[in-house]
Design a protein around this ligand. Structure first.
Ligand code: SAH
Length: 243
């Protein structure tokens, strides 16, 4: 399990976020994956305001209460929206340039930290993981460590609000059947690498998880999973609470 943070020379998303914030425009944030064709993240979407957010995210922000932890805060879009609602939020990210930008944008408590680094401590009522937030878990095999970390960071009545997608649709045949190699890795485990201008990031694992699989693992590790809302592209918002 990686517990470190990025260095600035390997922080393409942070470079894009910082440039967009300072110059009001940015170049291409390119995304590579061995599972998908090359893609691009429009940097402006990382700066979305509450009214431009998908309804799943708006719902999560409305439900978030008490002391909130925004994991993988990015540009700080969710943390700033929460502060606007007078909610108390701490945002962590492994991207030094994103954390710098969050601070410049007014996120009051933004920290350069890896979720899996146990020197990051605190107790939270709501833990937010948004924009396919399950991705940060990386692989199914990391779920036990993930749930252990959540138990350390959550207050007794706290919950995790996480969005994810069921990638099964990518494997659907024309006749409606699915071609999934059940002996292979779980179909939601993918890898990515990003590039912004001359800044090349390293490869990282990213986990998309269907709600049923998430619920099964959650139950195994002491959490109850609730489907809060489904999106329009095989995505959903889940709430995970301690049993
Ligand atoms: N939540 C933001 C950004 C999503 S991108 C938004 O919705 O716009 C995912 C973010 O998670 C990136 O900024 C990345 O640097 C951060 N991240 C990835 N792994 C992490 C980890 N282990 N701990 C903390 N942050 C992490």
């Amino acid at each position: 399990m990686v517990t470190s943070v990025l260095t600035k020379d390997k922080d393409p998303m942070g470079a894009a976020i910082s440039e967009y914030f300072h110059k009001k425009r940015a170049g291409k944030l390119r995304v590579f994956s061995s599972s998908f064709d090359e893609d691009e993240i429009p940097v402006s979407t990382l700066f979305r305001t509450f009214k431009n957010m998908p309804s799943l995210e708006q719902e999560a922000l409305k439900l978030a209460q008490g002391h909130i932890l925004d994991i993988g805060g990015g540009s700080g879009c969710h943390s700033l929206a929460l502060q606007d609602m007078d909610k108390e939020v701490c945002s962590i990210d492994i991207s030094p340039l994103s954390v710098e930008t969050m601070k410049e944008r007014g996120v009051k408590d933004a920290r350069l930290s890896n979720l899996f680094d146990e020197t990051f401590t605190g107790k939270y009522d709501t833990i937010l993981m948004l924009m396919n937030g399950s991705g940060i878990i990386g692989k199914l095999a990391n779920l036990p460590v993930f749930f252990k970390r959540m138990k350390q960071l959550l207050n007794t009545n706290g919950c995790i609000l996480m969005d994810s997608s069921d990638l099964k649709y990518l494997y659907e045949d024309e006749d409606g059947s699915y071609v999934i190699d059940i002996a292979g890795d779980y179909y939601g485990e993918v890898d990515f690498r990003m590039e912004y201008k001359d800044v090349k990031g390293d490869w990282f694992d990213w986990l998309y998880i269907d709600f049923q699989t998430l619920s099964l693992y959650a139950a195994e590790y002491g959490f109850k999973a609730e489907l809060i809302k489904e999106g329009n592209h095989y995505n959903y918002l889940a709430k995970l609470s301690l049993i």
